[in-house]
Design a protein around this ligand. Structure first.
Ligand code: PLP
Length: 469
């Protein structure tokens, strides 16, 4: 704790529980005013981005809408502190308050995920994954992860990324039913004896069987890393089975389904006190060192403050309701698109993701993305199983329900959104992989309906007009 007895003036606001007029609020307000006055170019781009988010329907599966209190924590003066090390063991003085911030974030991460260990310092999930992989593995050792084209992530062994070039990466994929081929995972694990198996995905709409992955890892003598970046919110809400006690180590980002700042977490359950590789103490001590000093420098304490805030919200009842709507919306959207004749990969969804294969419509994912964006519906092109198109074209598109659920939308709105998507794609005439024609009257009608829907379900906490009375 800060010793305030030596200060000339006792700051009453430090112990005053009323929220009004804390100096921090003044700083953030002044900052916003200075930005607008002194940097109109940057200010305008930020305003335009606000307007875009408020008036378009984001169905991007990785999208997020953070609470304004998370924005405030991210904008806090904790940004000014360099604090290499961990709470109570820093390489600088003056860290008492930021130690408390980091302790709160760690405590809340453990609480929300029922974890025995949490590290809140990774700057992103990519960083969290690489800190974990580069600590567990030596260059050239074997990594078994999900193929990028079948739903995996770059960091799980793609040849385009560090993981695919510094490790010997082997990929597993999907069975004909669009679900993970666990038989293939086991065969590859027993044949190649990987040091690490990674499970968890970027574009996969089915429940991941973490217990089964662990059984395979144990049989093959591998470490299991579960990356729940996409389903972190569902796991936190208890609406997707948790990997925390199945995997040796779990990673997640905080900026997708946890509605937090850009950042990563490393979590451990029952293996936190298991012996680490190469006789390096416990797994918990091992991963502390894996993040700092091995892989990262000083943590971003403003981001950690924002993580602490987002994690507090993730433990609350409102978050649970949102997570319920995430499932409801995705299921209803997948059902309605299926009824309208769209090819849904794996036939449906059990999480927030709906993967649509557009090959039978002779339409690229890029054309679908561009045409929908013209109408105010934001999705992303995605490769789908068996896809041979480049990633920037994509044979399909990926929809997600995080943003819609945060706006309060449920199953009824999902059916309407699916109808709007169908009206656009039904009217699109593809002229190639990138070019298409869309009748202007379709564009105008759908855009108007999207605007009305966004007005009816505004982004919570992001007013477009000042609401001062
Ligand atoms: C998004 C994602 C990541 C990367 O997260 P960043 O924080 O953006 O680096 C890692 N793993 C999976 C499975 C993801 O979906």
């Amino acid at each position: 704790m800060l010793d305030t007895t030596t200060l000339a003036e006792a700051p009453t606001w430090l112990s005053d529980p009323s929220p009004a007029d804390r100096p921090f609020q003044q700083i953030v307000r002044t900052g916003a005013e200075l930005l607008a006055a002194e940097d109109p170019e940057l200010s305008r781009a930020l305003d335009e981005e606000h307007l875009r988010q408020a008036t378009t329907l984001s169905l991007v599966a990785s999208c997020s809408v953070v609470d304004p209190s998370v924005l405030a924590a991210q904008s806090s003066i904790a940004v000014n502190v360099t604090a290499e090390g961990y709470p109570g063991k820093r390489y600088h003085a003056g860290c008492a308050a930021v130690d408390e911030i980091e302790r709160l974030a760690v405590e809340r991460a453990r609480e929300v995920f029922g974890a025995r260990y949490a590290n809140v310092q990774p700057h992103s999930a990519t960083t969290a994954n690489y800190a974990v992989l580069s600590a567990l593995m030596r260059p050239g050792e074997t990594l078994l992860g999900m193929n990028l084209a079948e739903g995996g992530h770059l960091t799980h062994g793609s040849p385009a990324a560090y993981a695919g070039q510094y490790f010997r990466a082997i990929g597993y994929g999907l069975a004909a039913d669009g679900r993970i081929d666990y038989g293939q995972v086991r065969e590859l694990a027993l044949e190649h004896r990987p040091k690490v198996i990674v499970c968890g995905a970027t574009a996969y709409s089915r429940t991941v069987d973490f217990a089964r992955f662990r059984a395979i890892a144990d049989e093959a003598g591998a470490y299991l890393v579960a990356d729940i970046s996409h389903i972190g919110g569902l796991v936190a809400a208890g609406l997707h089975p948790s990997p925390v006690d199945h995997a040796h180590v779990t990673t997640t980002c905080t900026h997708k389904q946890l509605f937090g700042p850009r950042g990563g977490l490393i979590l451990m359950g029952r293996d936190h006190d298991a012996p680490a590789p190469r006789g390096r103490g416990t797994m918990a001590a091992f991963f502390q060192r894996a993040v700092f000093p091995f892989y990262q420098g000083a943590p971003a304490l403003n981001a950690i403050a924002a993580k602490a805030r987002a994690l507090a919200l993730a433990g609350g009842p409102e978050f649970r309701a949102t997570a319920g709507r995430i499932l409801e919306f995705a299921e209803a959207a997948a059902g309605e698109l299926g009824r309208r004749g769209y090819h849904i990969v794996s036939g449906g969804t059990e999480n927030h993701t709906v993967l649509v294969d557009l090959a039978d419509r002779r339409m690229s994912g890029l054309v679908a993305e561009l045409a929908l964006e013209e109408c105010g519906i934001v999705v992303n092109k995605n490769r789908v199983p068996g896809d041979t198109t480049p990633a920037l074209i994509g044979g399909g598109m990926r929809l997600g329900s995080n943003g819609a659920a945060r706006r309060g939308m449920g199953a009824a709105e999902a059916v309407l959104c699916a109808e709007l998507v169908d009206r656009v794609l039904g009217a699109v005439e593809p002229l190639g992989l990138r070019e298409y024609r869309l009748p202007p009257e379709v564009r105008a009608r759908v855009r108007a309906e999207v605007t009305a829907l966004c007005d009816r379900f505004p982004l919570p906490g992001y007013p477009l007009r000042e609401h001062r009375v």
